[in-house]
Design a protein around this ligand. Structure first.
Ligand SMILES: [Zn+2]
Ligand SMILES: [Zn+2]
Length: 148
């Protein structure tokens, strides 16, 4: 940007400019300055445009701040809920330790039964295969019975 002391007012070519419009950067003299919100503009139009974009920027910043506040509030709520669940679970466990332990043991037993049963099923299938494979004694026996 050129030194403002070298410029003349765009509205008054004989008058040296003292500043530039805060919106469009036009050099302006003392007489032409339009003061608005602590900034100096060349015209009401520029002051208005600047105010509008300032509003937009502050609105955006406010929206962003609101969104950030919302998301941090959400995080806090989630932490509180998790803490409450953990506390409730701990409280429940300490007050019903026997019940919980019994439930756990029961579940373990069930799982073990299932595993044993699964093993037994697998064994049954194996026996089945063995009995029905040609060459096995049972297969031969059955065949002989059928032939007679
Ligand atoms: Zn301007
Ligand atoms: Zn001027």
């Amino acid at each position: 940007m050129a030194d403002i002391s070298q410029s003349v007012c765009l509205n008054h070519p004989d008058t040296p400019a003292v500043t530039r419009c805060a919106a469009c950067g036009k050099p302006i003299c003392e007489q032409c300055i339009v003061e608005s919100n602590g900034s100096r503009f060349c015209s009401e139009q520029c002051a208005e445009n600047a105010a509008k974009s300032y509003d937009r920027v502050t609105a955006m910043a406010a929206g962003k701040a609101r969104a950030e506040k919302r998301s941090s509030l959400r995080a806090v709520i989630i932490v509180i809920i998790l803490a409450a669940i953990a506390a409730a679970a701990y409280y429940y466990y300490t007050n019903n330790k026997k019940d919980v332990d019994r439930l756990v043991r029961k579940a373990e037993q069930k799982v073990n039964q299932k595993i044993q049963k699964a093993g037994k099923d697998a064994k049954d299938v194996k026996d089945d295969i063995k009995d029905n494979v040609p060459g096995s004694s049972k297969y031969k026996r059955d065949r002989e019975k059928m032939v007679q």
